[in-house]
Design a protein around this ligand. Structure first.
Ligand code: UDP
Ligand code: MG
Length: 317
């Protein structure tokens, strides 16, 4: 059967949100009068979401469950969704209904106009702490400044992509991934539609600070060498200071001044340089660790249950 729309929702402990998600997505998609499927990627849920997904799939043939063997993370769940999607247009949506399914027809309209990527821009956000808003805003702006790809500001993973784009993304099997950056990187004709990001319907965020930090690190290391360049910059900077300091200190000594005498000065200089060196090593380590992960060539995810009819076999190249 030919499918026009694939809706992908990554699920990690979203039991209470699933029936509502299914209801709202079905309502919107039925109104399009085209064939569609809802791919629910269970990212190792432990709250019984898995059973709910199975029940939904039994009742409604539009639902196709992909069930992971463990928690692999939001980004990887989205990737599995891309792999299994069969539609001509593929939409990624959060399962907590912070992204309104009702925006999909508007995205479809842009897609029909010929845009291959239609991303949703968060014009307003509701029900999130000031800390989350502030860190998210800072994050988008830092990424925008230091990476080579111009990832649109204030956009999440909620977006519609054409089959052509999804096929390209499917061939990008990097381990530490930042899907919204990848979808900006591929090019094509892209456009944003604005929406108001609602509060979570039920449950709490699955993105504690630790995970947000990881995501930010993945985004930066996947799309920029900036941290490595900072290390180089510090190297030149301290070498420059040293070159300037040598004649000054010689002059001061020759003229009998007491400045820069004593251990404190030496200690501060050694500690400062030691710190810079360790930080630079850490940055190098981050990149090398990522190379090591790629070199191992493990599969991106492991599925326990998946639909039989699938577009992609899990590959690890
Ligand atoms: N999610 C996932 N795996 C994870 C963490 C989150 O599949 O390890 C899903 C989660 O179920 C939700 C989406 O990713 O559908 C976004 O997560 P969340 O709403 O917690 O993030 P926030 O909106 O707070 O940034
Ligand atoms: Mg959310």
């Amino acid at each position: 059967m030919k499918i026009t729309y694939s809706i992908i929702a990554p699920i990690y402990n979203e039991k209470e949100n699933l029936p509502e998600l299914h209801r709202r997505v079905s309502e919107v998609m039925q109104s399009t009068r085209k064939t569609w499927e809802l791919i629910l990627v269970d990212d190792g849920s432990t709250d019984g979401s898995t059973e709910t997904i199975r029940e939904l799939a039994k009742k409604d043939k539009h639902v196709r469950p992909v069930i992971f063997a463990r928690n692999f993370g939001h980004q990887i769940a989205i990737t599995a969704g891309w792999d299994y999607a069969r539609g001509d247009a593929v939409v990624v949506i959060d399962a907590d209904l912070q992204d309104p399914p009702e925006l999909i027809p508007e995205m479809v309209k842009k897609w029909r106009e010929g845009y291959e990527v239609v991303y949703a821009v968060r014009a307003e956000r509701e029900g999130e702490s000031w800390f989350k808003l502030w860190t998210a805003s800072l994050f988008y702006r830092i990424i925008y400044r230091i990476t080579d790809v111009k990832i649109p500001l204030d956009t999440g993973d909620f977006r519609l992509m054409d089959r052509k784009v999804v096929d390209v993304l499917k061939s990008m099997r990097e381990r530490h991934r930042f899907p919204r950056g990848m979808s900006a990187w591929v090019g094509f004709r892209q456009i944003g539609v604005e929406y108001k990001r609602a509060a979570r319907v039920a449950g709490e965020t699955k993105y504690p600070f630790r995970k947000m930090f990881r995501l930010a690190l993945n985004a930066i290391t996947s799309f920029s060498y900036f941290p490595l360049q900072v290390a180089t910059f510090f190297g030149f900077f301290s070498a420059g200071v040293a070159i300037l300091a040598i004649p000054i200190v010689i002059y001061l000594r020759a003229s009998g001044s007491q400045a820069f005498f004593g251990q404190a000065t030496t200690l501060i200089a050694v500690l400062f340089l030691g710190g810079v060196q360790l930080i630079s090593l850490g940055i190098l380590g981050e990149y090398i660790g990522r190379i090591y992960d790629e070199a191992k060539g493990r599969p991106l995810y492991i599925v326990r249950e998946a639909p039989e009819e699938k577009e992609a076999v899990i590959s690890n190249q």
